[in-house]
Design a binder for this molecule. Structure first.
Ligand code: ASP
Length: 609
C-alpha cells in the first residue's frame, strides 16, 4: 500500500513517484484549491501538497479531509520551494526539505471529530485512557512503545548471548500466604478451588533451577491486587532472571551489563560499567531511603552526641529509648515558605513523626536563628549543632528524633522535598545507578507481633547468620539481597536463595508458617530442595519502571499500551465488569456485592436471623 513511510523520503528521492499512506495530521487550506496536508504514520510526517492545476477534483476532495482521516496518496517528490527569497524548509522534521506533489489520492477511511487533539498535550488522563487507541497514535506514545520494544529486544539479546533460556511459567498458579493480595481465578473443574495469578514467578524459577535449567529468564507478567499508586499497576511486567551456581557478584555483574546495554541501545545513554554499592544500613543512615537518589547531597547527620545530656525532653527521650536524633541542613532553604514547612511537617507526620522541628538560620549565630525548639537548647548544644552541621546564614535545619527506622524514613522524605524546593535537579541528566546491599532478612511487625520477610521467604541469609536463623535468633539478620536503584527509583531486586530444605524450613518457621502449611503451601519447593537442588540466585527488574526512566516520563502508564487507571479500571473496555449469573454458576461462585444508588459496590450485610 506504500512505497515509503511518512518519514522515509528525502532529497535523494526528488523526481521520484512515491505512494504514501497515513493519517491526516493537519490541513492548511490556502484557498483556491491549494491545500497542504501533513501526513503522519508511525515513523514520521511528510508534507503533501494538493495543487488545483494538477487536479481540481483531488483538491476538492482534500478540502473535505479532517484530522485522522486515513488517505493514500501517489505523487512526485519535490524540493520545497523558496518563497519570496525565503526557504520553506522545515528543520523540525526529517522530511522537511521535500514535499509530495499529489497526482492521485484515495480516501481509505474517514475519522469522526476527535475527542481530543493528538498534536497537543492533554491533561485529562481518563479521556486519553478511554480512547487509548487514539492516544497511542500520538508521536510521544509511539516513541514510548518503540523504546519499550527496544528494551525487551535488547534484554533478550543480552541474556541469550549469555546462555539464558526464555521459559514461560504458569499464569494459573497457586495462592501462597506471603506478599501482596492475590488475584484469584475460580476453577470450574475443581469446584470451590481457586488458582492465583502469579505475583511473580519466584517459586517456578527456583523450581527451574532444581530442574537443571541453570540460566532462565522471562519477560513475565505479574499480578498484585494492591491499592494503586502513581507507579503501580495491578498487572505489570518483570524481566525475571534466575541462575544456578552464581554468587551475588555474578548477578550484579550480569544486571549491570544488561542495564548498560538497555540504556545504550534505547537512548544512547552511557551507564557506568559497574555501579556504586551502598549497604541498606548506610543508605538509610545517610539518605533516609532504601532507594536513595544520590544525584544530590542533603545528607542526614546523626547529632546524638551533641544532645547526649540534653534537658530537651524530645531529644533526651529519643536517646533514652534507644533511638536517635538526626538532622538535615538544607543549605539556602532558610527562605522556605510557611506553606512549604507545613507540607514537610505533614509528610513527616504521615511517616510517623510527631512533628517536624526546624531552625531557620536568619544569621550566622544562634541568636539570629528562628526556631520553635532553640529556646529549649543550651548555648553549648547550639554551638555544638552549629559546628556539627556547619550552620550558616541562609540555612534551614530539619530534625528527626525517635526510633531509627522512623527518623530515617521521615528525614528521607523531607530530604526529597527540600531538593524539590531548592530545584536541585533542574536540568540534571545524570543516571545515578546504585546497588543497595545487605538488606535485613526479617522485619518484626509490632502490630501483628510477628516476623515478615523483607524480600521474600526464599532469600538467603548471609553465611554468618545462617545458624542464628536455625536457632531462632531473628533480630538483626542480614540477607544476601540486593536492589538496583536509579535516581531514587527501585528498578528491581533479588537475592541469593536458600537451596536446602532444612534452612528453608527454618525460614518458614521464622515467618510463622505452621507445619501443616509448610506441607500444603510449600511442600513442592521443600521437596525440590531435598533432591540435590543447586545453589542459585537471581533478580527481577520492573520493566515498566525501566521503560519509564528510559522514556523520561514520570508515570508507568505512559509506557504501558493499555494501563488501568488508579482505581484498577480499564476505561476503554470498561473492565472489570459484571458477568452473567450463568457464568458465575458454572464456576460455583456467588457474588455478595450489592450496588447502592451511586453504583458503588458494597458487600451485602448478613440478613438478620
Ligand atoms: N521475585 C522477586 C520479586 O518479584 C524478585 C527476585 O527475588 O528475583 O520481587
Amino acid at each position: 500500500m506504500r512505497t515509503h513511510t511518512c518519514n522515509g523520503i528525502s532529497r535523494a528521492d526528488i523526481g521520484k513517484s512515491v505512494t504514501l499512506i497515513g493519517w491526516v495530521k493537519s490541513k492548511r487550506d490556502q484557498g483556491a484549491g491549494l491545500i497542504f496536508i501533513d501526513l503522519r504514520d508511525r515513523e514520521g510526517v511528510t508534507q503533501v501538497v494538493f495543487k488545483p492545476e494538477n487536479s481540481k477534483e483531488n483538491s476538492e476532495l482534500a478540502e473535505s479531509f479532517r484530522a485522522e482521516d486515513v488517505i493514500q496518496v501517489i505523487g512526485t517528490v519535490e524540493e520545497r520551494p523558496e518563497i519570496d527569497g525565503q526557504s520553506t524548509f522545515n528543520t523540525e522534521i526529517a522530511t522537511g526539505e521535500v514535499e509530495l506533489i499529489v497526482s492521485e489520492v484515495k480516501v481509505i477511511n474517514r475519522a469522526e471529530v476527535l475527542p481530543f487533539p493528538l498534536d497537543k498535550p492533554v491533561n485529562n488522563e481518563d479521556l486519553r485512557l478511554k480512547y487509548r487507541f487514539l492516544d497511542l497514535r500520538r508521536p510521544a506514545m509511539a516513541r514510548n512503545m518503540q523504546l519499550r520494544h527496544r528494551i525487551t529486544k535488547t534484554t533478550r539479546d543480552v541474556l541469550d548471548e549469555d546462555g539464558f533460556l526464555e521459559i514461560e511459567t504458569p499464569i494459573l498458579s497457586k495462592s501462597t500466604p506471603e506478599g501482596a493480595r492475590d488475584f484469584l481465578v475460580p476453577s470450574r473443574l475443581t469446584p470451590g478451588s481457586f488458582y492465583a495469578l502469579p505475583q511473580a514467578p519466584q517459586q517456578y524459577k527456583q523450581l527451574l533451577m532444581c530442574g537443571g535449567v541453570e540460566k532462565y529468564f522471562q519477560i513475565a507478567r505479574c499480578f498484585r491486587d494492591e491499592d494503586l499508586r502513581a507507579d503501580r499497576q495491578p498487572e505489570f511486567t518483570q524481566i525475571d532472571i534466575e541462575a544456578s551456581f552464581v554468587t551475588e557478584d555474578d548477578i550484579i555483574g550480569l544486571t549491570e551489563k544488561l542495564l548498560g546495554r538497555v540504556f545504550k541501545e534505547s537512548i544512547g545513554a552511557d551507564a557506568p560499567a559497574s555501579f556504586e554499592r551502598i549497604t541498606y544500613q548506610d543508605a538509610m543512615d545517610t539518605y533516609g531511603s532504601d532507594k536513595p537518589d544520590t544525584r544530590f547531597g542533603l545528607h542526614l547527620t546523626d547529632i546524638g552526641d551533641v544532645f547526649a545530656n540534653s534537658q530537651f525532653k524530645v531529644f533526651s527521650g529519643a536517646l533514652k529509648a534507644g533511638g536517635c536524633i538526626k538532622a538535615i541542613n538544607a543549605k539556602g532553604l532558610n527562605s522556605a515558605s510557611v506553606g512549604q514547612i507545613d507540607k514537610m511537617t505533614k509528610a513527616a507526620i504521615e511517616a510517623g513523626a510527631k512533628g517536624l522541628a526546624y531552625i531557620q538560620a536568619r544569621g550566622p549565630e544562634p541568636a539570629d536563628w528562628r526556631s520553635p525548639i532553640t529556646k529549649f537548647l543550651s548555648e553549648e548544644e547550639l554551638q555544638g549543632l552549629k559546628t556539627k552541621l556547619n550552620i550558616e546564614e541562609g540555612d534551614l535545619v530539619l530534625f528527626g528524633a525517635g526510633d531509627w527506622d522512623t527518623v530515617c524514613d521521615v528525614l528521607g522524605r523531607v530530604r526529597l522535598m527540600c531538593a524539590d524546593y531548592l530545584n536541585l535537579l533542574e536540568g540534571n541528566t545524570d543516571l545515578n545507578f546504585l546497588w543497595v546491599t545487605e538488606f535485613p532478612l526479617l522485619h518484626f511487625d509490632k502490630e501483628e507481633g510477628r516476623w515478615h520477610a523483607v524480600h521474600h521467604p526464599f532469600t538467603r541469609p548471609v553465611p554468618e547468620d545462617e545458624e542464628k536463623l536455625k536457632a531462632g535468633e531473628y533480630a538483626g539478620l542480614r540477607a544476601q539481597a540486593y536492589d538496583v536503584v536509579l535516581n531514587g527509583y527501585e528498578l528491581g531486586g533479588g537475592s541469593i536463595r536458600i537451596h536446602e530444605a532444612e534452612l528453608q524450613d527454618a525460614m518458614f518457621t521464622a515467618l510463622g508458617v505452621t507445619e501443616e502449611e509448610k506441607k500444603t503451601m510449600f511442600g513442592h519447593i521443600l521437596d525440590a530442595f531435598s533432591f540435590g537442588a543447586p545453589p542459585h540466585g537471581g533478580l527481577a527488574l520492573g520493566l515498566d519502571r525501566v521503560a519509564m526512566l528510559v522514556c523520561g516520563t514520570d508515570s508507568i502508564r505512559e509506557v504501558i499500551a493499555f494501563p488501568k487507571n488508579n482505581k484498577g479500571t480499564d476505561l476503554m473496555s470498561d473492565s472489570p465488569a459484571e458477568v452473567d449469573f450463568k457464568q458465575l454458576r458454572e464456576l460455583y461462585v456467588k457474588s455478595t456485592a450489592n450496588k447502592d444508588e451511586k453504583g458503588l459496590k458494597k458487600p451485602q450485610q448478613p440478613a438478620a436471623k
